[in-house]
Design a protein around this ligand. Sequence first.
Ligand code: HEC
Ligand code: HEC
Length: 639
Amino acid sequence: MLNPRTVVLTVCLACFAPQAAPAASLPQPGSLSPAALAATPDGKRVFIAGATANEVAVFDLASGTVTRQISVPHTPTGLAVSPDGARLYVTCAAPQSSVRVLDTGSGKVLATLPAGHNATAPVLSPDGKTLFVCNRFNNDISVINLETRKELCRIPVQREPTAADITRDGRFLLVANHLHTGAADAEHVAAVVSVIDTATRKVVKELALPDGSGLLNDLRVSPDGKYAVVSHILPHFRLPATQLDRGWMNSNAATIIDLARMEILNTVLLDNIDRGAADPWGIAWSADSATLLITHAGTHEISVIDFPGVLARLAKIPATLDASKSGPAYSASRVQADVPSDLAFLVGLRQRVRLPQYDLGPRAVVLLGRKAYVANYFSDSLTLVDLSSPEFRPQSIPLLSQPAAAGAKQPVSPLDRMPLIRKGEFYFNDAGICFQGWQSCATCHPGQGRVDALNWDLLNDGIGNPKNTKTLLLAHKTPPSMSMSVRDTAETAVRAGIQHILFTVQPEEVATSMDAYLKSLKPVPSPLLVNRHLSDSAKRGEKLFKDRQVGCVSCHPPGVFTDLKTYDVGTRGRFDKPSDRFDTPSLVEGWRTAPYLHDGSAATMQQVLTTSNPGDKHGKTSHLTPQQIDDLAAYLLSL
Ligand code: HEC
Ligand code: HEC
């Protein structure tokens, strides 16, 4: 809660500082990490979720200052304001998350509602009576009755729901799943948007994005209720990772959903032919649904898109080639199916706006009238972008007071004051260190260095043998690196990644800080734990895991669950050589790293233990009953 004395004191300190801190600044040491934004319906205030400060800052637009800081119990991940503007709902992410209900006038806590694991993206029904919350690591949606303050039910979706929005009539909730489920060597590998009928509270449709799609970060319904747009990556993981040109590895996209038909209209690329627009994140619409904004967290830009122009251009492109007609008036796309690979599609319909030099890591964005406010995660600042001005005049608004260097006239780079770990996190998420800005390390290792669930044919172990992306949790503690142990340590792998995956040369400091960041990662408790303990099924599974005859612990000893050695455990696939042996992976956090095995060929733990282990070369599992397999899987998914 706001402590008036702290504010007064800090204001006075600011007066004595050699260079008075900007009025907007908060007296908060450390970092704020603005991760989500929400505005009051009157457009006078913007709430800012400070992810690493466990607080919500209230930003007053008229004065351009932060007028209040409100503490919340855990990392605030998402914000929603009630239709009457009286209440603010804040998802506070933890293994047992909560939703804080705050009075927007006084900042007082009105209620605290329980939610699931790593809750995010709160969405209100149009009547303001029901709240939907994405429980990212439970893979489900909480439906909460706000009058009784009771959770009515959980609706299962696919995997890591990270964003949601509701149709204007309140009939359908659209949920963006961050990652795909299923094996990585399947015919179609892509995350889906789950469509939930809010009356029956069931998923009625799953909209499959183009092959490869993942990292869905935001989804917003247009104010006119006709379309929804979802931001995501469009990887080309089936190609060998030989180059980056023209989005060869990862391209960056937005998929448009036609809500009347509840079908995907098409997917457009946000990159230019010679310049990637890495890691699309937040989305905002203008009130007339004519302007669409998308932030690019990797390249520190926003796209300002003429949405009716996009619809008009799409409408001119035929579904199939009609020989009797001449080609379309515009576009390299001859038919609709060409659009998701057309790097020139948005030419003339979109402006890329580079944020001020020191505004880094734009994620959320809100648009009030013609003024856009962008939340910059790594620089603890907002950017004000004026859409009514032809030059957009992006203007930086710092949110934290920084001790200015004596005599310094120029603003200092936020990198200069970042502790090493934070700097490493920044570089890890930065596509500025990638050739032409196509991707960042986080494009394939999202969610704090974890996995995109895809197979990539990196060249470090030869060509034509794709490998499933590995989590970087514990990577520095479990050498060697890569599933064929081609790198002696994670340190070597980090440097090789910069050189051979981002295709650049960087100062050693970039790699050193990334090492520090990756070493600082901590396992997240499994959603299968019951009050932090193994479930009964997982306890039975633990016994099997430790059973000599089943024989898992010899290679996966408790601790980091790997003996750091390589073996042939009968998991070679069609692309592997007879002599290939694989590094024993750690099993920690296996609940969030599916699919499994070096080639991502096992979608579930059960598959690892059954169909992928026909000859009992990978522990002895053939004698186990289906119940015992489920128990063993429950244990593995609890680590
Ligand atoms: C195009 C996707 C992609 C990008 C971008 C990417 N990686 Fe990876 N990374 C992978 C894959 C796939 C593997 C596993 C390869 C294997 O097992 O042979 C991997 C493995 C690793 C490992 C080894 C982990 C272990 O325990 O064996 C490290 C460390 C790593 N990456 C760091 C990075 C860093 C740092 C960056 C940015 C400079 C980066 N990666 C960018 C796909 C990617
Ligand atoms: C001889 C050593 C050895 C034994 C015994 C062994 N494993 Fe493994 N385990 C490995 C190796 C090597 C891999 C990697 C295989 C691959 O990538 O294709 C692996 C992979 C796994 C994976 C996939 C992890 C991932 O993230 O992809 C799981 C789960 C697993 N083992 C569980 C078990 C269980 C359960 C047992 C006992 C039934 C067991 N292992 C016995 C060596 C062993």
